[in-house]
Write a protein that binds this ligand. Structure first.
Ligand SMILES: N[C@@H](CCC(=O)N[C@@H](CS)C(=O)NCC(=O)O)C(=O)O
Length: 258
């Protein structure tokens, strides 16, 4: 399926990153229009008059809004690349269910931790753990060991959503001093995330996520940090991470070559 593809997004938006990831995994060429969310373009307001948010994908002049809707559109329109949703209707329903759970429950709880302080933050932190426990049990019940990802051996919609939500967990842990992803408590979620990191585009977006994206987020957190005297993710930490991700890429390429 050809046609002009334009993505209105914002480099630090996890929703926008999510759609970019889907486009990369599918191998679709696209033009990226960086939006200034403090001064939205006339095009963005026209394309997404209901929510006025990024991302918006414009395919041959037709706008599609909402990240999960866009990813499904991409999958149904470009059918020759790797599929992002399973063919089987029941498996597809499960992916939609868990993607919705991660988006509405887990992500919301994480955002509350980031936005709040004191007791409210503590409560939200507990909620994140409750949601991670549900996800852990969900993976155990629905996706037994054996395949690399929940979508078989290729990266799919649920992997992309989980990655966009948990990709920044290291920074959240550093900045907020809260540990979410404990491999002893959530072995399946942790190893799933590790496997996702081995994939080239996911590693790339982690680099964005953990490096650049979160430098910006860190600026946003700065007030929080100043108030709390919390620790800052140092430049060396980010450099090490970039080096590690590059190494992961080399390993992935080697594994693919064998
Ligand atoms: N449910 C939407 C959420 C998109 C969203 O919240 N986008 C944010 C950027 S991360 C935005 O455009 N915010 C601008 C605003 O709220 O005015 C999706 O999945 O695409």
């Amino acid at each position: 399926m050809a046609g002009k593809v334009v993505l209105h997004g914002m480099w630090a938006s996890p929703y926008s990153n999510r759609v970019e990831l889907a486009l990369k995994v599918k191998g679709i060429e696209y033009e990226f229009v960086e939006e200034d969310l403090t001064n939205k373009s006339e095009a963005l307001l026209r394309y997404n008059p209901v929510h006025k948010k990024v991302p918006v994908l414009v395919h041959d002049g037709k706008p599609i809004a909402e990240s999960l809707v866009i990813i499904e559109y991409i999958d149904e329109t470009w059918t020759d690349g790797p599929r992002l949703l399973p063919q089987d209707p029941y498996e597809r329903a499960k992916v939609r269910f868990w993607a919705g759970f991660c988006q509405q429950q887990l992500f919301e709880a994480i955002i509350t931790v980031v936005k709040t302080d004191g007791e409210a933050q503590e409560r939200a932190g507990k909620e994140v753990h409750e949601k991670l426990k549900v996800l852990e049990e969900g993976i155990e019940g629905n996706y037994p060991e054996g395949s690399l990802f929940v979508n078989g051996d290729s990266v799919g919609l649920l992997d992309i959503v989980v990655h966009s939500i948990l990709g920044a967990h290291k920074v959240h842990e550093e900045v907020l001093g809260v540990k979410f992803l404990d491999p002893e408590k959530y072995p399946r979620v942790t190893s799933w995330r590790q496997r996702l990191l081995m994939r080239r585009w996911l590693a790339f977006f982690s680099f964005l996520g953990l490096g650049l994206l979160n430098l910006q987020q860190l600026n946003a957190y700065k007030g929080l940090l100043d108030n709390k005297g919390g620790n800052f993710v140092s430049q060396s930490y980010i450099s090490c991470l970039i080096a590690l991700l590059c190494l992961l890429n080399v390993f992935e390429k080697k594994a693919n070559a064998q």
